[in-house]
Design a protein around this ligand. Structure first.
Ligand SMILES: [Fe+2]
Length: 359
């Protein structure tokens, strides 16, 4: 028999298509969420046991989960098999599955989608999508399999302690970025360095994913984690970031600010950092946090030294993963940590959700 709680949820959501009815994947409270990005298959991955040691309720792959870098679908398949055969990863997966359904989440970035800096023109995106969904054991009849791309949202827990995780697809629908002047002078027609575009017709998410995303923000939740493979707040870089499409960045920052309960999780950069900006619109201002954790076994020391005007903690170019510990209740808060593969804390920052409200 369906619980009154589920019935109320279904009634509240009857304007949505059947496949989008926001029923929590589990009523169990999720308090510890780990995430990470950028893992090169075939290289040692001691970090998996460090993640399992923290006893997360959920783990989120934030992209570059394998380095496919090919138009040959059999290579993508082989690299997923390699990741799946990694003993540390297998142990973490079993640990999570024992806790219940929906505990292992993923989105992709360029390298697992297909190739470096790939966007909507990548020719094998349909095949790659199928391999991604198969690897992460997406049920055959799931809502996620009914639309293009791999975006998804998951709810956990009862009202008052409800967590929503939104997984963006920043690849399948994304238009081209503009090459910077420096790149053009060097004769580079693609692959960056990039510069922000003034063409407001270009999109990061595509029309359908935008409409879907706006509906997700209408779902009741006490805390939202918005997972974007590429950083959203940092705007000083010339790599792939939302700031290359300022109109799209502004639009999503508006959604985050209005929600008053969203923290952004990102990857791609091969080091960990914490960014915070103030976003103002319609006379109201809210702080927006973007926590980058990357990579699980790949780092970029030069990147960690680049200027990021919004960085609020020292960056660390060591193998790392992110851990969020949620306190629900009267004065809900999230402690955000980056840990290295020995379990040492690199970054620690506590965010009171009351402070995220627009003022
Ligand atoms: Fe990437």
């Amino acid at each position: 028999m369906r619980s009154p709680y589920l019935t109320a949820l279904l009634l509240a959501s009857c304007s949505l298509p059947v496949f989008e009815q926001p029923v929590p994947v589990s009523e169990a409270v999720v308090q510890r969420v780990a995430f990470g990005s950028c893992v090169l298959q075939g290289q040692p991955q001691p970090i998996w046991s460090a993640i399992a040691d923290t006893d997360p309720d959920v783990f989120i792959f934030a992209g570059d989960n394998i380095y496919a870098d090919t138009w040959d679908v059999s290579i993508i398949e082989r690299k997923y098999r390699q990741l799946g055969a990694e003993p540390g990863y297998q142990a973490l997966r079993s640990h999570l599955l024992a806790k219940g359904p929906g505990r292992l989440l993923a989105t992709w970035d360029d390298h697992d989608y297909g190739e470096n800096d790939a966007y909507r023109t990548y020719p094998k995106k349909r095949e790659s999508r199928r391999l991604f969904l198969d690897f992460f054991e997406e049920p055959e009849n799931s809502a996620r399999r009914q639309h293009d791309g791999i975006y998804d949202a998951v709810l956990y827990g009862p009202p008052g302690r409800r967590l929503q995780v939104i997984l963006l697809d920043t690849r399948y629908f994304r238009d081209a970025f503009d090459q910077s002047e420096e790149a053009l002078k060097a004769g580079k027609k693609s692959g960056g360095p990039y510069a922000p575009t003034s063409d407001t017709k270009r999109t990061m998410l595509g029309r359908e994913q935008w409409a879907w995303l706006e509906r997700q923000f209408e779902q009741p939740a006490d805390l939202r984690l918005l997972v974007s493979s590429v950083p959203l707040v940092p705007d000083d870089y010339t790599t792939e970031i939302w700031a290359m499409m300022p109109h799209e960045r502004n639009r999503i920052l508006g959604l985050v600010a209005r929600s008053g309960n969203t923290i952004i999780l990102s990857g791609d950069r091969h080091y960990t950092e914490m960014s915070r900006m103030q976003h103002s619109q319609d006379g109201l201002t809210a702080p927006i946090y973007d926590f980058t954790s990357s990579g699980l076994n790949r780092i970029w020391e030069g990147g960690a030294k680049q200027t990021n005007r919004w960085r609020i903690e020292a960056s660390h170019a060591v193998h790392n993963f992110g851990m969020l510990s949620v306190e629900y209740g009267e004065d809900p808060a999230v402690t955000v940590e980056a840990l290295d593969e020995s379990g040492k804390t690199l970054i620690r920052h506590r965010i009171r959700l009351a402070d995220l409200k627009q003022r």
